[in-house]
Design a binder for this molecule. Structure first.
Ligand code: SF4
Length: 460
């Protein structure tokens, strides 16, 4: 093994917010000479950017750290040093316990402290043991991260606009690991989107744990809603598509619903978790809405944008869930007809109120319910996708396809679309005639007469 310039390997688990955080961490470390590598064995610095949502999240991180330890030892035999940092929600939740349990870890860094990475790395050089950086500092970390680079960006880029959550659903760790709701100021978001547009991005997805609760300070000194922010972003000429995720039903206000009806750049796709169709279970989850309020809301959204594709999150087997409660969930799925849905078996997160609730549902019962729910969701997804065959859709081409001569993009409804075409199309929106719907994607043919145009190049 030969030593070269410093290499950074970030392994990202979980949601799009972690994907975004990993990009920003890599950008913060670039000025220190760290270049990204896909191969952990090459890395002088390994960061595991962890997620606490899935079952046994912490145990999975500890077993990954076992593999990192072996790799660190192997590199040591070649005379190469390796620093190891754990970031993300598991780092925040485990804190000092992780340093005590996993000697391989040099740094445990919470999601609010990424801007301090350069300084923390310097501290690691002299520290005797692992360093802990899991405070919730009052300063705005985004203001201290470097500007987005002007190298060519992804056609579809993420921008975090909101972090944390004040809703305290009883099953969820986010309010504890990401802290209270915080919204970035509008001016900072506009500046970041302008950089991404200049670098070649055509679609922006605004991210937040509870994104439609956004309430950032506007340039006029007033508090701006998510709808107002989206309206402003729609004025950026290079940005042709806007999306946002993840939303809470309680925060879907009239202004945002209306925007789906009258802003063509806002894509007709909405991820809106409902979690359970039973009001009793929704109350135990502290979701602050009923099943009827949810379906009523869907009716208003569809009235504003009839073709909107709806996606959701559902938990089965929440403590106390009876067969009747589960039936109510199935009824709601049938009634709404989701284009996509993510369903999970409840599993207790230590420290959350639901972990101590009586009536934990037997694993076999919850497993059976999950199976029935997933077959229903599959039916619904297949029906939605099949309804698009024969139509022509604008597709933002994002990357080369798996097969030579093929490219892959996204429909307005968020499905991957495969089509034959040159990779010069990457970054452009092309009209595609949809000819088939597969398990998780659509296949199409670029409409004849489509003309390739020179992409806007960033000044690098
Ligand atoms: S609204 Fe979402 S992020 Fe907030 S507590 Fe509930 S599930 Fe967690």
């Amino acid at each position: 093994m030969v030593a070269g310039p410093k290499k950074l390997h970030i392994k990202t688990f979980g949601c799009q917010m972690n994907v975004y955080d990993s990009e920003r961490m890599a950008e913060a470390l670039g000025p220190l000479g760290y270049a990204p590598t896909k191969h952990m064995a090459e890395a002088d610095l390994v960061i595991l950017n962890t997620c606490h949502i899935r079952e046994k999240a912490a145990e999975k991180v500890y077993s990954e750290l076992g593999r990192v330890r072996e790799m660190k030892e192997m590199r040591r035999q070649y005379g190469l040093a390796t620093k190891v940092a754990v970031a993300g929600c598991v780092a925040q939740a485990e804190g000092a316990a992780m340093i005590a349990r996993a000697a391989v870890v040099d740094l445990v860094v919470g999601p609010q402290s990424y801007h301090r990475l350069p300084q923390l790395l310097a501290e690691m050089d002299v520290a005797k043991g692992g360093i802990l950086a899991t405070d919730f500092p009052a300063e705005d970390k985004f203001a201290h991260l470097p500007e987005r680079p002007l190298t060519r960006a992804q056609p579809s880029a993420f921008v975090t606009v909101q972090e944390g959550c004040d809703k305290f659903c009883t099953f969820c760790v986010v309010p504890y690991t990401r802290g209270a709701e915080f919204s970035r100021p509008v001016a900072a978001i506009l500046a970041e989107v302008a950089r991404l547009a200049e670098a070649g991005s055509r679609e922006i997805t605004l991210l937040g744990q509870n994104v439609n609760a956004y309430h950032g300070q506007g340039p006029d000194g007033r508090v701006w809603s998510l709808a107002k922010l989206l309206r402003r972003l729609a004025q950026v000429p290079e940005i042709e598509r806007l999306r946002y995720t993840t939303s809470h039903p309680r925060d879907m206000d009239d202004e945002l619903i209306q925007l789906h009806g009258d802003e063509p750049k806002l894509m007709p796709y909405l991820h809106l978790p409902f979690q359970s169709g039973s009001d009793r279970i929704l109350a135990a989850m502290n979701r602050k809405h009923t099943a009827q309020a949810y379906t009523g809301l869907i009716g208003r959204i569809r009235a504003a944008r009839p073709d909107i594709a709806l996606s959701t999150d559902i938990i089965v087997g929440f403590p106390g869930e009876t067969d009747a409660d589960f039936e109510a969930t199935l009824r709601l799925v049938r009634e709404v007809g989701f284009a996509q849905a993510f369903s999970f078996k409840y599993s207790a997160r230590p420290g959350t109120p639901a972990a101590d609730l009586p009536g934990q549902v037997e694993a076999a019962v919850a497993g059976g319910r999950l199976q029935s729910l997933q077959s229903l969701i599959e039916e619904s997804t297949r029906a939605f996708d099949a309804g698009l065959v024969g139509r022509s859709l604008p597709v933002l081409i994002e990357r080369k396809g798996r097969k030579p001569g093929q490219v892959t993009g996204r429909s307005p409804y968020q499905q991957p679309v495969h089509t034959d075409g040159s990779d010069r199309l990457i970054g452009q929106i092309v009209e595609v005639d949809i000819v088939a719907a597969g398990q998780k994607s659509l296949t199409g043919v670029i409409k004849s007469g489509f003309e390739w145009r020179e992409p806007i190049q960033a000044a690098v």
